[in-house]
Design a protein around this ligand. Structure first.
Ligand SMILES: C[S@@+](CC[C@H](N)C(=O)[O-])C[C@H]1O[C@@H](n2cnc3c(N)ncnc32)[C@H](O)[C@@H]1O
Length: 243
């Protein structure tokens, strides 16, 4: 009987290749199959981070998103299309696992922090041995390059999705000691408006592609709302404690 392969979810950090952990690197090098999520026609951020470590014998398993926008023309519904895609991606991965081959699925940042790997994990972890290696997530990479301590003493941090509706975002930001807003892109104008309404725009900091070679730190007021990329985030640091 063939022993089943194991599934590894490897966080590869937010962009700087030196932020890859030693453990992720070891498991990546040992894996006969390397899976990665990627948009059509793109190389993928996670792949770019680890490419230099791949060996010729390793089999690549690109899992190509059928769509990259959440707004689809009717009768297509994003949730259905993407859920079908994760089903078929899980089947592809399972084929290798059933044949006894370990599969390492790389994930930008951390696999369990908004990472697509988690949709494979949810589908496969009850049937196959899995191991997840945490990565430096974009929120922490972003805070570091912005030089922004996130939370002092007993403050609490809110991690918010820029996709939230205006009023919900406002309510949660108003309550937060400190916050990180993810998934900006076309949500940027709404998020910026909320920060202005709450008088937080002077405290908030913005970064695009934190720790990547093409990282950009821009004062919030100077961000072009039409060109804010998906790989950007806003940090509202906690009020400094004069300790
Ligand atoms: C699907 S989530 C992936 C998060 C990732 N798993 C992590 O641990 O950070 C994508 C969102 O993460 C944020 N993001 C990811 N990498 C980033 C980076 N290097 N710089 C700024 N934001 C980033 C953006 O807000 C983007 O919309």
């Amino acid at each position: 009987m063939t022993l089943r392969g194991r599934l590894f979810g490897l966080g590869v950090g937010p962009g700087d290749p030196e932020l890859l952990t030693l453990k992720a690197l070891r498991l990546l090098r040992e894996a006969p199959v390397v899976g990665y999520f990627v948009a059509k026609g793109k190389k993928g951020n996670a792949f770019g981070i680890i490419e230099q470590h791949l060996q010729p014998a390793q089999q690549l398993l690109p899992l190509v998103y059928p769509v990259t926008t959440e707004v689809l023309p009717p009768p297509l519904a994003y949730e259905q299309v993407i859920s079908d895609f994760y089903d078929s991606a899980a089947l592809e991965v399972a084929t290798h696992l059933d044949a006894g081959r370990d599969v390492a699925v790389i994930c930008e940042g951390d696999p369990f922090f908004y990472g697509s790997y988690m949709y494979l994990h949810d589908r496969l972890a009850s049937r196959y041995g899995t191991e997840v290696v945490p990565g430096v997530c974009s929120m922490l990479g972003g805070a570091s390059v912005l030089g922004a301590p996130l939370v002092y003493r007993n403050q609490s941090l809110a991690v918010l999705s820029g996709v939230l509706p205006h009023d919900e975002l406002k309510r949660r930001l108003a309550d937060a000691d400190a916050a990180v807003v993810m998934k900006l892109g076309r949500n940027f104008p709404k998020v910026y408006a909320v920060l202005q309404q709450l008088g937080l725009d002077g405290r908030a900091l913005y970064v695009e592609r934190a720790t990547m070679a093409n990282q950009k730190v821009v004062p919030l007021a100077q961000v072009d709302p039409q060109s804010s990329p998906y790989f950007s985030l806003i940090v509202v640091p906690g009020q400094r404690w004069q300790g």
